[in-house]
Design a protein around this ligand. Structure first.
Ligand code: GDP
Ligand code: MG
Length: 304
């Protein structure tokens, strides 16, 4: 290994919809985390790995910081807390187009649990008038002693080179933690489940996206294709009807969109079979919520 190689962990936290998953995808250069204009899409922490000749940065995408209202969102906040264990840098990302509010104050209190350097990333500058930024920076500076502050656009890449340089300045010299051709810790079967959930969120409205969970029941790698069976869970009969659609057209559309994207990400042909089931109040059920955590599912698969 080259002398001076740097490697370490950077957790990305912030309110729902700030652009955490978009930032991780852009920096990794692959889509590893699903993205949606609807809040609270990310439910588990996921590592995205940036591999360079001189460094390996392990980014941790997290569920948005919010006040938990059910078992699922309590687990999501636990996931965010666990993402802080053993990291080198914490990065708080905020939507610079949005007004500063109670949720931002709550995030600032929440990050105080971390003792190391905290960066502030003002995201979505592609849609922010520049004069808005200075007062916003001032406001945050008064509330917390940030190690560094960067205006960025996770979508267009603006400001990201400088950000990565600044992170590298604070990462220790270390050999890489992961093989340098690996770009996520998330196994393919869970990425597939997430992509199906992303498409199901895309075609539904209001409370339905939040009630959706996806579990892959079978993932078979054949010589020239992957055969996937998955179930989309919702909480009520009415939601099941919406997901299936007239003559099954909605679930068919979800299947087509998901299959195309899984094929392009895994670079192989995919055969995808989808089922829709009702699981009443699963978000309030600790056993069901725990079953959806892919870190735990992985442990179970290993035991079988
Ligand atoms: P998360 O909940 O923090 O993970 O946010 P996402 O990454 O899912 O993004 C939420 C929404 O904001 C999506 O519609 C993204 O396309 C959008 N978004 C994220 N970053 C940017 C950005 O830099 N500029 C603009 N204009 N939109 C962004
Ligand atoms: Mg997200």
């Amino acid at each position: 290994m080259e002398h001076g190689f740097k490697s370490g962990f950077v957790a990305i936290v912030g309110r729902p919809n700030a652009g955490k998953s978009t930032l991780v995808n852009t920096l990794v250069g692959h889509k590893i985390a699903i993205v949606s204009p609807r809040p609270q899409t990310t439910r588990n922490r996921i590592q995205g790995i940036v591999n360079r000749d001189d460094a390996q940065i392990v980014l941790i995408d997290t569920p948005g910081i919010h006040k938990p209202e059910n078992v699922l969102s309590r687990q999501m906040m636990n996931e965010a807390e666990q993402a802080l264990e053993g990291i080198d840098i914490l990065s708080l990302i905020v939507d610079a187009t949005a007004e500063f509010g109670a949720g931002d104050r709550f995030s600032i209190e929440w990050i105080r649990r971390f003792a190391g350097p905290v960066f502030l990333l003002l995201n979505k500058v592609d849609r922010t008038a520049k004069p808005r930024l200075l007062p916003l920076i001032d406001r945050y500076r008064k509330l917390f002693d940030f190690a560094d502050i960067f205006p960025i656009s996770a979508l267009t890449g603006e400001g990201l080179l400088d950000l990565v340089q600044a992170w590298l300045g604070r990462l220790p010299e270390n050999p890489p933690y992961f093989p340098t051709d690996q770009f996520t810790d998330q196994p393919e079967r869970f990425l597939a489940a997430e992509l199906i959930r992303e498409k199901a969120i895309e075609v539904t409205r209001e409370e339905v996206p939040h009630a959706i969970a996806v579990a892959v029941s079978s993932f078979e790698e054949k010589t020239d294709l992957i055969k996937i069976q998955a179930t989309i869970y919702v909480e009520r009969e009415g939601q099941k009807g919406i997901l299936i659609g007239r003559g099954g057209e909605t679930v068919k559309r979800i299947g087509t969109l998901a299959r195309k994207e899984i094929q392009s990400i895994l670079s192989t042909r995919v055969f995808l079979e989808l089922f829709v089931k009702v699981q009443p109040h699963w978000r309030q059920n600790p056993v069901l919520v725990r079953q959806l955590d892919w870190h735990r599912q992985l442990e179970q698969l290993a035991e079988e």
